[in-house]
Design a protein around this ligand. Structure first.
Ligand code: GDP
Ligand code: ZN
Length: 458
């Protein structure tokens, strides 16, 4: 049982309209009450009520801050403990002073993620829901946000638990047969195990089906913008990002480093990487950039190769076309406002017309065609409905795959008439692997590692 009381600033630190300090634990109401002066004592306050008043410095009796205090009594709170939230005017100094006062009471400062960890340890949420909270905080697009929200709501757990239930039935069935080994029962068991294993494997497949898209929604499609110097890569990135983070110049090779920018195109989150121009060079600084762009190409889910409409295909570009021809690629023929020197027929030997977009970043022409081409490549041009559960977390994906493998082993072993006590090991393993997703069977070290990813005050 958790016995101490913790506090943290739960809003972003800095200039803001209000700031919220959250206090959770058995002493939270009595301790805050000692610093509070309002119409009534907080100790007598009903759950889920808001109280106007002042925080008083207990030494001088001085009014420190005008506040609204919200009382949420156990177990109807995020952590399931008594929770007090103090809203104050958001200045950095005043919030710090409030925190200092609280920490002079029987309250200690919360570790990052400790509120969520308590919600987990007190059984209010499971591990996948807690991880959803991290994703919510970090989500970079509306869609990623709604995927994370589904997870926080426990949708993933609700799909895992019935599968675990089947596995428990299997284990129970096997136990009975180990205790009463009669030969004719054995073959019934083998069929039973095969049938149930298939059932669970199908359930896992159903979840994994969304994994690729879920991962994309969560992390964004890693998109490398590549091409020779001066073709317009940085201009394109700027146009797509609609700000001016990358430096645009007329001198070839100014983009030395890889620049990252998150954008959302037709609801699809993209992580755009502007790379230094791909070409062999003796310039040391640029060489580092070229190396990076090679790596960026290798790691990318999508490659945007920018060519110049106004220049013939360069040898470097032909090499590059060869290198990327089996990848997800969109060829951008930029500078269509200028006279055509590029051999489009030659280009179509490498890539079909559909993946070639002619545009002018300068005149802002053809951007919509590019956006359409991108959405056509992913999600078949449209995202599935919002209430679909996407498995988006790599940890979850790995565990689902492991559980499936364990069940494949169980299935195979049944087929080979291997003794059922050995098969039971695989089934139990699958149960544990699914359990690790929701935290039933997660080791403490993993739990610590997951919660350490949180920011303070969550
Ligand atoms: P990068 O080296 O590939 O990143 O190229 P930049 O984005 O730095 O652009 C190089 C030059 O080409 C800049 O002067 C841009 O203004 C210019 N530029 C970019 N797009 C176009 C375009 O569509 N038409 C024309 N005429 N110039 C462009
Ligand atoms: Zn550039």
């Amino acid at each position: 049982m958790i016995s101490d009381t913790i506090a943290a600033i739960s809003t972003a630190v800095g200039e803001a309209g209000i700031a919220v300090i959250r206090v959770s634990g058995p002493q939270s109401i009595t301790e805050v009450d000692q610093l509070f002066r309002g119409k009534q004592s907080l100790v007598d306050a009903d759950s889920h009520t808001v109280h106007y008043g002042y925080i008083i410095d207990p030494d001088s009796g001085e009014k420190m801050e005008e506040v609204l205090v919200t009382i949420m009594r156990a177990p109807r709170s995020f952590t399931t403990e008594d929770v007090v939230e103090i809203s104050s005017h958001g200045g950095v100094v005043s919030v710090r002073r409030l925190m200092e006062l609280l920490l002079q009471q029987q309250i200690r400062i919360a570790e990052p993620g400790e509120f969520t960890k308590r919600a987990f340890l007190n059984g209010r949420i499971d591990l996948s829901q807690a991880e959803g909270v991290i994703d919510l905080i970090r989500s970079k697009s509306d869609k990623a946000f709604s995927v994370a929200l589904r997870q926080v709501e426990g949708k993933l757990s609700r799909q895992i638990k019935p599968l675990q239930q089947i596995l428990i039935e299997m284990v129970a069935h096997i136990e009975v047969n180990i205790d009463y080994p009669e030969h004719d029962v054995e073959s019934v068991t083998s069929d039973f195990i095969k049938q149930k294993s298939l059932e669970v494997m199908n359930g896992i497949d159903e979840l994994l089906r969304t994994a690729n898209e879920g991962k994309i929604l969560r992390e964004g499609i890693t998109t490398a913008i590549v091409g020779r110097p001066n073709v317009g890569k940085s201009s394109l990135l700027n146009t797509l990002a609609q700000d001016n983070r990358a430096i645009v110049t007329d001198i070839p090779g100014t983009t030395r480093d890889v620049i990252e920018e998150f954008v959302t195109i037709n609801n699809i989150p993209l992580k755009l990487l502007d790379t230094a121009g791909i070409r062999e060079t003796i310039d040391v600084v640029e060489k580092i950039g070229v190396e990076r762009s090679r790596t960026a190409v290798n790691d990318a889910d999508l490659i945007l190769l920018v060519l110049n409409h106004n220049e013939a295909l360069h040898e470097d570009e032909i090499q590059l076309l060869e290198q990327i021809k089996d990848r997800q690629v969109i060829i951008i023929v930029n500078k269509m406002d200028l006279y055509r020197q590029l051999d489009l027929v030659k280009l179509e030997e490498y890539f079909p017309k559909e993946s070639i977009v002619t545009m002018s970043v300068k005149d802002q022409k053809g951007i919509d065609k590019l956006e359409e081409a991108i959405s056509n490549l992913f999600f078949g041009g449209k995202l599935e409905s919002a209430d679909l559960t996407y498995v988006s977390n790599v940890r979850h994906i790995a565990l689902l795959k492991q559980a499936k493998r364990s069940l494949q082993d169980a299935y195979q072993a049944s087929d080979d008439m291997i003794p059922i006590d050995l098969i039971q090991i695989d089934v139990r393993l699958a149960w544990e692997q699914l359990g690790e997703i929701i935290g039933d069977s997660a080791p403490d070290s993993l739990i610590d590692q997951i919660f350490s990813q949180f920011c303070l005050g969550k």
